[in-house]
Ligand binder design. Sequence first.
Ligand SMILES: Cc1ncc(COP(=O)(O)O)c(C=O)c1O
Length: 383
Amino acid sequence: MSGSRAIPLCDINLSFQQLETEILQAVERVIVSGQLINGPDVKLLENGLAAYCGVNAAVGCASGTDALSLAIHALDIGPGDEVILPPYTFFATVGSVIRAGATPIFADIDPASYNIDPLQVENCITKKTKAIIAVHLYGQCADMEPLWRIAERHDLPIIEDAAQSLGAEYQGKRAGSLGAIGCLSFYPSKNLGGMGDAGACVTNDPDWARKMEILRGHGMDPKYYHKTMGWNARIDTIQAAILRVKLPYLDQWIAGRRNVASRYDALIQDFHLTDYLEKPKALPKRLHSYNQYVVRVANGERDALIQHFKAQKIGCEVYYPLPLHLQECLIHLGYGPGDFPASEEAARSTMALPMFPELGAADQARVIGTVADFVRMRHRLAA
Ligand SMILES: Cc1ncc(COP(=O)(O)O)c(C=O)c1O
């Protein structure tokens, strides 16, 4: 098999090829118009995103990271405040809290979903708690119902980090519409990927939407009169124009991802690997949008399996090898190994398999066949 061609973890060029003419026309239109900052493309994208997520307003911004920062600033979270979030997520989730001067308080994940465990959240609430960030990891929504109850009891807003989960649903409602403010990323490999960095916040609250609009433009309202301490977090107009072309295809791409996920599920079964690879659990009342297909590898063999994938030119990734509470730059928070066992275990034993809407059945059979070969090889060596 070593002569076989490479299977990438993700192939962002395929969606470009599908829409090449429309995308290039949109880019040309923006350049020729001279409206390179803000303008109708940004507004129209925002309207499209708000309608898609089922909320009243969307505010485009420069990245998912800025979306989180805008949400935190709009909610007046700052020094002296605490924000509860999982330690098993991309760094941007915690970075936005710390850069606002607030203190992150970690609550461990549920090992079945990799999302924040509501029971742990309850234990973290203090008088200083100002918000909960629910990260919808890998494309599946967090367990919102118990989180809603906690938030209501303590009068706390929930910020959704939906960077990986645009198009995912919980009880028939889309990610981004399940909390106070939803934060989206259009990083190229996301379900809706730009051709560079971009992001957005979605909300039902017109005051927060207006505040985030002002914050993303240096806090100006009107021009050159600075109401509040903002920064430049604007979405690039070219990105907005490209995303407008792509948004109508999002559901079709998510259906493609779900199809790929079902095929992996069936292949893991067919190759008798269910004891070796733990499939992602698509939980009830949710629609998983599979930004990633993440498996748990048995017997502490994850890293060896990754080496085998590399040798076979099959893409894979570890999201994330070191939970946030153990990151060097966060040591001052005072956490240590063993504090969040479910996050630490996930960091040790999980890996993402190739996942993109266009991934074909034959390539998927090769991916899972490669795992089966590896398992046979290990058994022979052990015998
Ligand atoms: C869970 C999560 N939050 C936030 C972000 C930040 O998004 P961006 O890369 O657009 O800044 C990402 C992106 O990888 C993410 O996966």
